[in-house]
Write a protein that binds this ligand. Structure first.
Ligand code: NDP
Length: 329
């Protein structure tokens, strides 16, 4: 198998940073024991960062795209054979290893997951890292022992990718779901996914008090900064906050009071290096609990050339739900 394949390529040299749709030679593929024809990818917040020239990319040239689904073309890995359909999330792909915005990828077979039924390749990317991270957050909440009887579940950045899947998953688990959004116009959308109450982003964005009224037993936060501090301050006694994002900033101006006076747990969620077994469990949770009609309702499909605009939009918080990239289009 030799030739060239279509790819979005990031370069950085004396003339500066460039992100362009072009072609790569097979010789450019990196080390790995499985080669795949990529059919679908997606646009996550981190992909927006990569396309903007952010230091999340630590090797040039780079193909961005931290997720992909594809068909195995060749493999020397015992778990994979020609024709298998596989899903890749994270592991530094699109950051230090060539990623999913290309028609071909070569990867370590240990990083791949079998496409979890009942999802199609496009659906697996409608979920993508954002959805799989929402599932990791749900798992942390369940493992903590927090149930719908404990109280409500808050989702911040609710109209975004992680947020949209988190709203649908929390509802499927029976929680009273409070969705925080900066986009009032998305209230009907969020209710259709399962939100019982909508609160304005601004309500959690101010300086806030170290402890406030106890409003929720659990939270999934993709915003960070003051929002996370306020979420912690309003979490019920013994509750849990799963923190996975920094859409509002990477600082955390909080006090120890929610932890030492209310026994609140702050659970850190990382999808990139999560061990294989945890990934399999997260995808199982998605297969069992995520309503595929809701998934379709939160998803838009774009061609490979569309990722440049989509990357800019996601960094501005303008993308609703999830974007699938049809890599062949
Ligand atoms: P999206 O852009 O789709 O969603 C983020 C949402 O946050 C926006 O839609 C918006 O929701 C809200 N938001 C945006 N800017 C601000 C702001 N300045 N202040 C408050 N809220 C804001 O991104 P993703 O869902 O893909 O990712 C969300 C975050 O999670 C990112 O920071 C990403 O890096 C992180 N992440 C982390 C992972 C991990 O492994 N820990 C994995 C995946 C994502 P609304 O309009 O509804 O308010």
């Amino acid at each position: 198998m030799t030739g060239t394949f279509r790819a979005i390529v990031l370069t950085k040299d004396d003339s500066g940073f460039k992100a362009q749709l072009g072609a790569l030679d097979d010789g450019a593929l990196m080390e790995g024991d499985v080669t795949l024809a990529v059919t679908h990818s997606t646009v996550n917040y981190k992909d927006g960062l990569a396309l903007s020239g952010s230091p999340v990319v630590r090797r040039f040239p780079m193909v961005p795209g931290i997720d992909f689904c594809g068909v195995v073309e060749s493999s020397s890995h015992p778990a994979w054979k020609k024709g298998d359909v596989a899903v890749l999330n994270g592991w530094g792909v699109g950051e230090v290893h060539l990623g999913g915005y290309a028609a071909r990828a070569r990867i370590k077979g240990d990083w791949l997951l079998k496409l979890p039924p009942p999802f199609s390749p496009a659906e697996s990317m409608a979920i993508g890292t954002a959805g799989y991270t929402a599932a990791l957050c749900m798992q942390a909440i369940i493992a903590h022992g927090t149930t719908p009887q404990s109280g409500a579940l808050l989702v911040t950045g609710a109209a975004g990718g992680v947020g949209s899947v988190a709203v649908a998953l929390a509802k499927a688990h029976g929680f009273h779901v409070i969705a925080s959004t900066g986009r009032e116009s998305e209230a009907a959308y969020l209710k259709s996914l399962g939100a019982d109450e909508i609160i304005a982003r601004a309500e959690l964005a101010g300086e806030g008090r170290p402890l406030g009224k106890e409003r929720w037993a659990a939270a999934i936060d993709s915003v960070g900064s003051r929002t996370l501090a306020n979420v912690l301050a309003q979490t019920r006694y013994g509750g849990i906050v799963a923190a996975c994002g920094l859409a509002g900033g990477n600082d955390l101006p909080t006090t120890v009071l929610p932890f030492i006076l209310r026994g609140v747990t702050l659970a850190g969620i990382d999808s990139v290096m999560a061990p294989h077994a945890r990934r399999v469990a997260a995808w199982k949770l998605l297969a069992e609990k995520l309503d595929r009609q809701k998934l379709a309702a939160m998803t838009k499909t774009i061609p490979l050339s569309g990722v440049f605009d989509a990357g800019k939009a996601i960094l501005k918080g303008e993308v609703r739900g999830r974007l699938v990239v049809d890599v062949q289009a």
